[in-house]
Design a protein around this ligand. Structure first.
Ligand SMILES: Cc1ncc(COP(=O)(O)O)c(C=O)c1O
Length: 391
């Protein structure tokens, strides 16, 4: 007889991620160009590789302080001061985490109880909803499609009117996955004004902050410092996804909860990876490496946006990250699943269906341009044939 093991019922609320399912299916196709992955195609900067080697050679093998190594926390503090003119104490207001992924869990877990609402503008990265469900709270998905994938102050006000004090947390991800859209300083100020009258904690996932192509990136923490936790890391800015180093920065009263979750769940982060992140964020070489990647991403974005427009795709302006989120061809109506399947099976170009990113995502597809320009040029050639056949 098979045993029925106990299960935390919250786990049963989490829907398996369909991005993986599509990716597995498309990976079986011969000669497929995969524009599915949210992962830089660059190598880790040389200074960071050397820092790992030096850390290992120096037998830097003991537990770091719970909040992360002191040099890394100082590098993060300096980084935030340099970018946003914000002061976070390296001793007390920064937590080094296992990627932004852990930072998302730590922060949501710290502020909600069963029945509480976590406000999540969509379409978006699926983890916020999954984490909220695992923790036992309720996600409130706010469809932003009609506003060009930006949460407006009016839309936020309407949601707050509906949920009142049950709303505990707002997650804002910008530049956004999957849309590439970001918020201007004025848009952030308008949201901050609405939020200032509430006790809501803002979790600002700014993992793509270094990849904004036209205007400087602003953090909502500049306008709402006492209510905001900034989440960031080196995964995207320094092509260090596998090094698993991220961070949370926020004022002392807000950082205590996430720090406790972090300590209980992971104790601390690995020293060699912390050394790599320290030089990535804290040296001119680290900054130059990001600049080099940014130039390449911008060239790819400009090429793809122009090509997609020429092919007749509707597309909101993607200011950052490395994603485009166009509407599918009108001949497919709103069926982004079938569109992505046909595009993969007939044209051998794999993308991600928009519905994977929640309400407002249907009828769209996500293209990741974390691939070489040559690969993107071949993808556009294939896409052109596909459009000619299906338009
Ligand atoms: C918006 C967003 N946040 C967080 C992450 C995860 O970052 P990390 O690899 O640092 O855990 C991703 C990865 O794709 C992402 O797109």
């Amino acid at each position: 007889m098979t045993k029925e093991f106990p299960i935390n019922q919250n786990l049963t609320r989490v829907v398996p991620n369909i991005i993986r399912a599509y990716d597995d299916r498309f990976s079986q196709i011969d000669d497929i160009i995969k524009l599915t992955i949210g992962e830089p195609d660059f190598n880790v900067p040389e200074v960071s590789k050397q820092a790992v080697i030096d850390s290992v050679t120096a037998d830097d093998s003991h537990y770091a302080p719970a909040l992360g190594t002191i040099p890394l926390r100082h590098a993060i503090s300096d980084f935030l001061l340099d970018r946003y003119d914000l002061n976070y104490s390296a001793e007390e207001e920064i937590i080094v985490t296992v990627g932004a992924t852990e930072a998302i869990y730590d922060t949501i877990a710290a502020f909600v109880n069963p029945g509480d609402k976590v406000l999540i503008p969509t379409p978006t990265f699926p983890l916020y909803e999954s984490d909220t469900l695992i923790i036992g709270a309720d996600p409130v998905l706010i469809d932003t499609e009609k506003d060009g994938f930006i949460l407006t102050a009016d839309a936020l006000r309407a949601v707050l009117d509906e949920y009142g004090d049950a709303a505990k947390v707002l997650v804002l991800n910008y530049p956004g996955n999957p849309t590439g859209r970001t918020y201007s300083a004025d848009e952030l100020k308008a949201l901050a004004e609405v939020l200032a009258d509430t006790n809501i904690v803002v979790i600002a996932d700014e993992i793509y902050s270094e990849l904004v192509y036209d205007e400087p990136h602003h953090s909502i923490a500049e306008y709402l410092p006492e209510q905001t936790l900034i989440l960031n890391g080196v995964s995207k800015s320094h092509a260090m996804t596998g090094y698993r180093l991220g961070f949370i920065a926020g004022p002392k009263p807000l950082i205590k909860g996430p720090a406790l979750v972090h300590q209980v769940a992971v104790t601390t982060t690995p020293n060699p990876m912390a050394a790599a992140a320290t030089v990535a964020l804290g040296t001119p070489e680290g900054k130059a490496a990001t600049e080099e990647m940014k130039v390449a991403y911008k060239e790819r974005r400009d090429y793809l946006v122009k090509s997609l427009h020429e092919l007749g795709f509707e597309l909101e302006n993607p200011e950052g990250a490395f994603y485009l989120f166009p509407r599918i061809l009108p001949s497919y109506g709103n069926d982004d699943g079938q569109f992505a399947i046909d595009l993969a099976e007939e044209a051998h170009v794999a993308t991600v269906t928009g519905q994977a990113f929640g309400p407002g995502g249907e009828g769209h597809f996500r293209i990741s341009y974390a691939s070489s320009l040559e690969t993107l040029q071949e993808a556009v050639a294939r896409l052109t044939e596909f459009v000619n056949k299906h338009a």
